[in-house]
Design a protein around this ligand. Sequence first.
Ligand SMILES: Nc1nc(=O)c2c([nH]1)NC[C@@H]1CN(c3ccc(C(=O)N[C@@H](CCC(=O)O)C(=O)O)cc3)CN21
Ligand SMILES: CC(C)C(=O)C(=O)O
Ligand SMILES: [Mg+2]
Length: 278
Amino acid sequence: MTQETPRPAPGALDVRRVRTHHLREAKRRGEKFTMLTCYDALTAAIFDAAGVDSLLVGDSAGNNVLGHASTLPVTVDELLPMCRAVSGSVERAFVVVDLPFGSYEASPEQAVATAVRFLKEGGAHAVKLEGGAWFAPHVRAMVQAGVPVVAHIGFTPQSEHALGGYRVQGRGDAARTLVEDARALEAAGAFCLVMEMVPAEAAVAVDAALEIPTVGIGAGSATTGQVLVWQDMLGLRRGRMPRFVRQYADLHGVVSDAVGRYVEDVRSGSFPGPEHGF
Ligand SMILES: Nc1nc(=O)c2c([nH]1)NC[C@@H]1CN(c3ccc(C(=O)N[C@@H](CCC(=O)O)C(=O)O)cc3)CN21
Ligand SMILES: CC(C)C(=O)C(=O)O
Ligand SMILES: [Mg+2]
């Protein structure tokens, strides 16, 4: 006796091109979505084809591409070409770019001007900014200009010196402040909200207080989306991993071995072989 496998109803993210309303729809339907950082064309094409729903051209490029100790030195002019490379290499994924430190804080006008550059010159589909309720006017101005905005609260790396280092935010009573900030950012028009390094219970409270989907990094499993820095989850980056990372591959090992063999082969004269010549 054969039984027909029931075909699952297509999910909210079962689409040819991911858009803001699909991410919102995912939350309503209780479905999850994925986000990975991405800074170049080749990884963008791989992640897009592998089914990642959203790519973040993060200012974490400061640490992971440009060789800085933090995200603070990253500029718009550095992030723009990476953004263009990523947005030009995806067919399906939704591309979000970080507004770099110093490129939006001064005024809603400054935020609009920078965001417009990222959509116009970088091909981004949305921008992300770090901070709470005090940036509601900036969010509103960008949304009015036609820019989809992702908010980012909890540990906000651009404020590491103000926050006193890389620490969990929203412990105890501070969870209420996170909820208030999130509500203000949603009311200002943000369509999505990232929470970084907050206790799982605080993330549950924030997510429950919002209509818009939340994305977590070190924020437990209640958020609709999850985001990781790709060099962390694929084991390319050396050093101690943050607690919130699950490592899915050892690219550092793969690349070290391969490059080591190339060096050996050239030194020994075994590469290039006759088949590599003309
Ligand atoms: N490679 C990389 N991964 C990231 O996740 C990341 C960046 N770079 N650059 C920008 C920000 C900075 N972020 C980070 C980086 C490190 C920790 C970290 O080391 N956390 C430790 C200590 C936490 C604590 O002391 O409470 C951890 O174990 O999670 C956290 C957030 C997240 N972002
Ligand atoms: C860690 C994520 C959320 C980020 O902002 C980045 O990669 O820059
Ligand atoms: Mg960032």
